[in-house]
Design a protein around this ligand. Structure first.
Ligand code: BGC
Length: 751
């Protein structure tokens, strides 16, 4: 082996091909600088070849340049695992038998770990799987900000706070891309609802855009170094985000220096001239509605195909536009499909399952506990498990993030493995069948008989574990539809109340990527909240319930008491959500599509920067469970902080060291959160904003010092008059706490 390899490597280094001693063309020489290779390849391409690079040739691939040995790009969803193979030219699954994978927890779960090391493990593992499946671009992760609990896609994102989402997305991307697989951060930008997502025009202040909606994307690009980004379906300033001059040319390219590829969301391009001029590189999915209907148009009719070629030939758009796109695409190809140094990847390894399990473990949030948890495994009482989510495979459905896992452990199986035949199960409720435009209700007889059965059995049980929540069906946690209510679906509130009446020893474990109303919360002894946890979910859930794992997840979004306590719904004005249809819109929508409204909808983010806890804090509207909340089976005491100085000078930092002591009898992990508030400012500011956090393991009875450095950057707001970031002189406060509503220490300082 070695004997052959050494001369080959030598030839490659000399730029010779092994067979004919011909020097390798520069673009093929991996020892040459990337930009030189790009320019070399570019000047060999015909105009037709350049244009061909810019659009799909199948549902999930784009062509290379066969004549020059430049390979195609293979893409796949993302972001919670590598999706099963889709047919070349239809949305049907291809039915392969070698494409099952490890299902990782949803990104809301990852965010709930508040642990960037978990992001790194996630990115590495999913990257290895993508590579093994021979993908060049993985369509994820998503960092759209959680603005309303009705958004059907919140489970694919990382919560309501730009600092949390930004810190968590970077390690995912870096580790993923070490496999020679590009991340595709999505959906850039302002895709915060599914209703009318294909056409809704988002009216938002520049300040809210900069402070809330863009920072995680910026981090993904600037610090994560993402090689691609996906434009979103919606519009901003009246222009579709896939070819939006401000978002793509001005901010992404000029300000952030992005040198990767902008890829449309599937069917997100709408205009050739704008696509040519406004920074789009690759057009995917046009003439399909993205999910249900098939195209009668060929790929050569895409906006960036023949129509673009003709405009170029007629001189209606500059040649420079196609050269720039081809450059970006070639750069992506050299980084991925034409990168001979990338590793081979691996699939469904024990290490990947261990990563999925560890992320799941750290993501489960203990919302409330009067001491009933953990539920010891060596007891003898009968445990009744109730709820559809105890057995449901929550990797199915949900839209493009649907997965085909090789192995899954359901919550019921996880509990049975620990508690054996102490466990019995009854379903308790059934889900309505999702139809095209609505959900078919379950008959009252079925609701009643399932409930009666559960109540009768709960009466006799020693303890009841309820496992419900949302699921991945339409109008739940599911792409392309929003939820229709803040309540738990399928009459679950009534069921929980009925169970409580007959057995107060009730543990509620809800699985959901979103907040929901909990009118029974004060009467239930323990409540756990988990997101969709993938292959190992049942094992994580059972381990947390039994105390084998001490919970350490923290909410990445607030859980308001009622929908009207949430900023986006406070006014009750439909202009704020879901928006108002303003009349006829140019360009007919796709017939029958639920993605588009043909009548020019606009949504106005009237709450501005006061999203999530920023709203609850500033308006003094407490959430039922605040952003950052999550209990443990132990308790933590925050000692007196040591502060390096009471004054922060520009270019320096204030260092804060705070001892955190585990005052209980179990080892546990705590997420120490640091928020900054500006006492007085020339513009309105939220009471406080998350700027730093650290997750630490503290052994029972021991202390750990947690350190933070506050810099001038942490004090800034976006000044709309000067269009720049400003820190005003004055008094600030650092709030250090265990959640946004559980502040343990306040450190004032001057700037
Ligand atoms: C979704 C994207 C997804 C794409 C490809 C679109 O409908 O919005 O997130 O990556 O389809 O499946």
């Amino acid at each position: 082996m070695k004997k052959v390899l050494i001369p080959v490597l030598l030839l490659l280094a000399l730029g010779m091909s092994a067979r004919g001693q011909q020097p390798l063309p520069l673009y093929m020489r991996t020892d040459a600088p990337l930009e030189e290779r790009v320019e070399d390849a570019l000047q060999r391409l015909t105009l037709e070849e350049k244009v061909a690079l810019c659009h799909a040739q199948s549902k999930f691939t784009t062509p290379g340049v066969a004549r020059l040995g430049i390979p195609e790009l293979m893409m796949s969803d993302g972001p919670h695992g590598v999706r099963a193979e889709i047919e070349w030219n239809s949305w049907d699954y291809a039915g392969w038998t070698n494409d099952s994978i490890t299902a990782f927890p949803a990104l809301t779960a990852l965010a709930a770990t508040w642990n960037p090391e978990m992001s790194a493990r996630y990115g590495k593992a999913v990257g290895e799987e993508a590579r093994y499946r021979e993908k060049d671009v993985l369509l994820g992760p998503g960092v759209n900000i959680y603005r309303t609990p009705l958004n059907g896609r919140n489970f694919e994102y990382m919560g309501e706070d730009p600092c949390l989402a930004g810190e968590m997305v970077v390690p995912y991307i870096r580790e993923l891309q070490k496999n020679g697989v590009a991340a595709c951060v999505k959906h850039y930008a302002l895709n915060n609802q599914e209703q009318w997502r294909g056409s809704v025009d988002v009216a938002v202040s520049e300040r809210a855009l900069r402070e809330i909606y863009l920072p995680a994307f910026r981090k993904a690009v600037v610090e994560g170094g993402s090689w691609t980004i996906m434009g979103s379906y919606n519009r901003y300033l009246g222009q579709h985000c896939c070819h939006n001059e401000v978002l793509l040319n001005d901010i992404l390219r000029k300000e952030w220096g992005f040198d990767g590829c902008v890829i449309t969301d599937w069917g997100g391009a709408h205009d050739t001239r704008e696509a040519a001029l406004n920074g789009l590189d690759i057009e995917m999915g046009t003439y399909t509605n993205g999910l249900t209907s098939e195209s009668v148009f060929g790929y050569d009719q895409y906006y960036l195909a023949t129509p673009y070629l003709e405009m170029l030939r007629r001189g209606e758009v500059p040649m420079q536009t196609v050269d720039d796109k081809a450059r970006n695409i070639l750069r992506l190809i050299f980084r991925t499909s034409m990168n001979p140094d990338r590793p081979w990847g691996s699939l469904c390894t024990e290490e990947h399952y261990a990563a999925a399990k560890a992320i799941g473990d750290e993501s489960i949030v203990l919302l409330r506990n009067d001491g009933i948890l953990p539920l010891e495994t060596d007891g003898s009482g009968q445990i009744l498990v109730v709820g559809d989510n105890a057995t449901r495979r929550l990797t199915d459905n949900g839209g493009s993030s649907e997965l085909k896992p090789r192995r899954t452990i359901s919550p019921l199986e996880g509990l049975q493995a620990l508690y054996g035949d102490r466990i019995s199960y009854t379903r308790g409720y059934a889900c309505g069948r999702p139809l095209y435009e609505r959900v078919e209700e379950v008959s009252p007889e079925t609701v009643d008989s399932l409930r009666r059965e559960a109540v009768a059995r709960a009466r006799k049980a020693d303890v009841v574990i309820y496992i419900g929540g949302l699921n991945k069906n339409a109008y739940q946690d599911c792409e392309s539809t929003d939820r229709q209510s803040y309540d738990l679906p399928f009459h679950q509130n009534e069921l929980i109340e009925a169970l409580l009446e007959v057995n107060p020893r009730l543990i509620v474990m809800n699985i959901s990527g979103n907040a929901y109303a909990m009118p029974w919360a004060e009467r239930v002894p323990a409540i756990l909240h988990a997101s969709y946890l993938g292959s190992m979910g049942g094992a994580s859930i059972a381990d947390v319930i039994s105390g084998r794992v001490n919970p350490s997840g923290k909410l990445p979004y607030s859980i308001p008491y009622r929908l009207s306590d949430c900023a986006a719904h406070a006014s009750g004005d439909p202009a704020q959500y879901p928006g108002i249809e303003r009349g006829e819109q140019e360009g007919a929508p796709i017939p029958g599509s639920f993605l588009d409204s043909g009548s020019d909808p606009q949504v106005t983010y009237a709450e501005d920067i006061l999203v999530g806890y920023r709203w609850h804090d500033t308006k003094k509207i407490p959430a039922r469970y605040a952003f950052g909340h999550g209990l443990s089976y132990t308790t933590f005491d925050y000692g007196k902080p040591e502060v390096s100085s009471g004054r922060l000078n520009a270019g320096e930092g204030v260092h804060i060291r705070i001892p955190v002591t585990n005052t209980g009898t179990r080892d546990g992990m705590e997420v120490v959160q640091l928020y900054i508030g500006d006492d007085r400012c020339s513009v309105m500011r939220p009471l406080k904003e998350l700027k730093h956090f650290k997750k630490v393991l503290v052994r029972a009875g021991e202390s750990v010092d947690v350190e933070f450095t506050i810099t001038e950057q942490d004090l800034r707001f976006y000044d709309e008059t000067t269009r720049s970031w400003v820190a005003e002189a004055g008094t600030f406060k650092a709030y250090v706490g265990s959640s946004s509503s559980d502040i343990r220490r306040v450190v004032p300082f001057r700037y």
